[in-house]
Write a protein that binds this ligand. Structure first.
Ligand code: TMO
Length: 314
């Protein structure tokens, strides 16, 4: 062999070796990607949507029910791989606390903007059941409109499960001087909020509940109450006085720091993934309006939206 052809042959051998060993692209580990499920519908449907997307790429997935605050510590220590709905208002603090200790990475932001806030069904405003809503100051004059059998003559504010915000809502109501007129009750589940909203609507009754957007209720005109604007540090837990509403926030994705190394293809897809307000509202509606199981809702959503999610995997 002359010098040229021996160099050529050596080059060819190394190209063939590289292709054969798969060293051009690192392959995803066959270890399962662990996806948490929490206690509101879009999050559970989206867990199965993302799991289905990973499976379409040849990955193994596992689902574990997890507390929605403690999950960030579980991601940090690697017991759970991702969180796909990090809502700024409710989970921003736990997310950044875990990140500051090392082990959690920010895997990007969904297109959907978020709000997690107290509000009333559209008819409460349209029928003027509490004049001045959606401004919070209107609440001072209509506690009796929102009274229930168990509220001791005060107006009832139906907060979500206490695992979401601890005492932030009672703190806020007291800080705004509404504590002697309103009582905050915690719902046992998101379903309990939807059941209360449905029975109030049937009776044409006033009701105040915690709710959020994106959600299935976006489609029926739920109105959020306008509280004094949020600013960093305004909550009692952050050193403030809690005289503030919730932030108009982001919706992020989080991952264990090793995920890009162990599953580079899945991580790349997860990092590209971004859902809109409409898409997340659809995921919730398949369960809360159409009464499908979370798994079936995810299958239906994946089948109807290949044009949305396939590009994330490519
Ligand atoms: C976290 N959540 C969407 C229930 O406010």
């Amino acid at each position: 062999m002359n010098n040229f052809s021996s160099k050529f042959a050596a080059g060819l051998v190394s190209v063939l070796l590289a292709a054969g060993s798969g060293s051009v692209f690192a392959e995803d580990s066959s270890k399962p990607i662990v996806i948490p499920t929490h206690n509101w519908s879009s999050q559970v449907v989206m867990a199965y949507v993302i799991g289905g997307m990973f499976e379409s790429m040849g990955n193994n997935v596992e689902y574990v029910p997890a507390d929605s605050q403690a999950v960030y510590e579980a991601i940090r220590n690697g017991d759970i791989t991702i969180s796909h709905e990090v809502w700024q208002s409710t989970f921003g603090k736990s997310f950044y606390n875990a990140m500051a200790q090392g082990g959690v990475i920010d895997a990007g932001t969904h297109a959907a903007a978020t709000l997690e806030e107290l509000g009333v069904p559209g008819y409460v405003v349209e029928e003027n059941l509490c004049p001045g809503l959606p401004s919070w100051e209107a609440l001072e004059n209509c506690a009796e409109v929102f009274a229930t059998a168990d509220s001791g003559g005060k107006g009832r504010i139906l907060e979500g499960p206490q695992s979401w915000h601890g005492d932030e809502m009672p703190n806020r109501i007291n800080a705004l001087g509404l504590g002697d007129k309103y009582v905050v009750k915690f719902a046992g589940s998101a379903d309990a909020i939807w059941a209360e909203l449905a029975s109030a609507k049937k009776a044409g009754r006033g009701i105040i509940t915690f709710n959020w957007t994106p959600n299935f209720t976006d489609a029926d005109g739920f109105q959020f109450i306008e509280f004094p604007p949020y600013y960093d540090g305004c909550r009692i837990v952050d050193g403030g006085d809690s005289r503030c509403g919730s932030p108009k926030g982001w919706l992020k994705k989080a991952a264990n720091y090793a995920f890009p190394k162990t599953h580079p293809a899945a991580y790349t897809a997860f990092s590209k993934l971004s859902f809109t307000t409409r898409q997340i509202g659809q995921m919730a509606a398949l369960v809360d309006v159409d009464k499908m199981s979370h798994e079936d809702a995810a299958k239906a959503w994946l089948a109807a939206n290949e044009d949305v999610w396939k590009p994330f995997t490519q």
